[in-house]
Design a protein around this ligand. Sequence first.
Ligand code: ADP
Ligand code: ASP
Ligand code: MG
Length: 410
Amino acid sequence: MGLIVIKFGGSSLSTTEKIKNAAKRIILLKKEGKEVVVVVSAMGKTTDQLLELTGQITDSPAKREMDMLLATGEQVSISLLSMALSEMGAPAVSFTGWQAGIVTEKIHSNARIVDVKTEYIKEKLSEGKIIVAAGFQGVTEEREITTLGRGGSDTTAVALAAALGAERCLICTDVTGVFTSDPRYVQQARKLSSISYDEMLELANLGAGVLHPRAVEFAKNYRVPLEVRSSTENEEGTVIEEEASMEKNLVVRGVAFEKDMTRLTIFGLKNEMTGLSAVFSELANNQIDVDIIIQSQTDGNKTNLSFSIKNKDRQAAVNVLENQKEKIGFDSIEYEAGLAKVSIVGSGMISNPGVAAQMFQVLADEDVQVKMVSTSEIKVSVVINEEKMTEAAQVLHEAFNLGAVVGKAQ
Ligand code: ADP
Ligand code: ASP
Ligand code: MG
């Protein structure tokens, strides 16, 4: 008997009506003779609301308590969905993260899954039950509750699919698949019938919120057949696989973007071998993720160093560096907020050297000033002013012909 892991996101469970619809969908799978493990997010905007409540109490909550709080959101969904399934005659049992065997490292708010202990799930599956597991949460070996980072329920689903040897992992959401860009911002965006793990990983890492990056990483590492599809429409979604079978001839496959970025510049960094490593070790030790890095030589033996970080990390980054000013050795720090990153992604770029040039030309024609650039074999990213982000995404989408239907009819 094949096993399917099916995940429903928050917007697909925002009302009891939607929870009942999800239950109907799950029962159809069961009727096809599948064993079913369901992974759910918190209802609607619950996680945001819990964050807001915290803000009414403190600006600096302990991360352990945050995880304790945020993990409650998913617990509401698992019990309600299990009740809905039982009410419809399908025996189901709800599992928190730890009951589902999701073991994580001991990092609060952004933990990685290190093990999945499947005995309990298998026991209940063998009794013919549908398992409804809470996404986004796990437990450490020390019995601490952790969460996996915003959007992390996708990762729970793929991790369970890998550990249980599922024939497929379905991510059901409020769009019908992975599009060439976020359809909320780019009207011409078009659903892709398939995309490779590597391209999807880049898109997810570069801001395409439709999948949690670690979910794609898991799927790639464990070869989990993954499909993103609508939670309501019965139409084929997007398959994420080793080698995308369709649309190989497209150089650029998608446009992703992300706002809330800051460029931080350190002036007069002592030009010693140790300067660079000192800066980035201090930031890493404080869990501050650095994105694009640019170093430029100035006169004498000093350098200027710019890098991009998330807005939310800006104050912490400045504090950390200012506190270590003497040790690191630099003159001053400045920052520019209100920036965004826009990226084009496609595995065909490897063999097409003109893609970056074309991107810069398109942006120049629109008067979009590029402040930082970063490239890999399959992507080019630029940092620009945030107010130009949507416009830049739209013109790039058009310039690289992403709205054109190629291959199978959609
Ligand atoms: P869920 O609650 O189901 O996890 P998310 O909000 O996390 O849903 O992800 C779905 C959203 O991702 C869509 O509503 C869409 O606006 C956004 N999105 C961003 N980039 C893309 C893309 N390339 N293709 C499809 N959706 C995208
Ligand atoms: N509820 C969590 C969030 O809103 C996890 C998820 O939805 O995947 O980020
Ligand atoms: Mg999501």
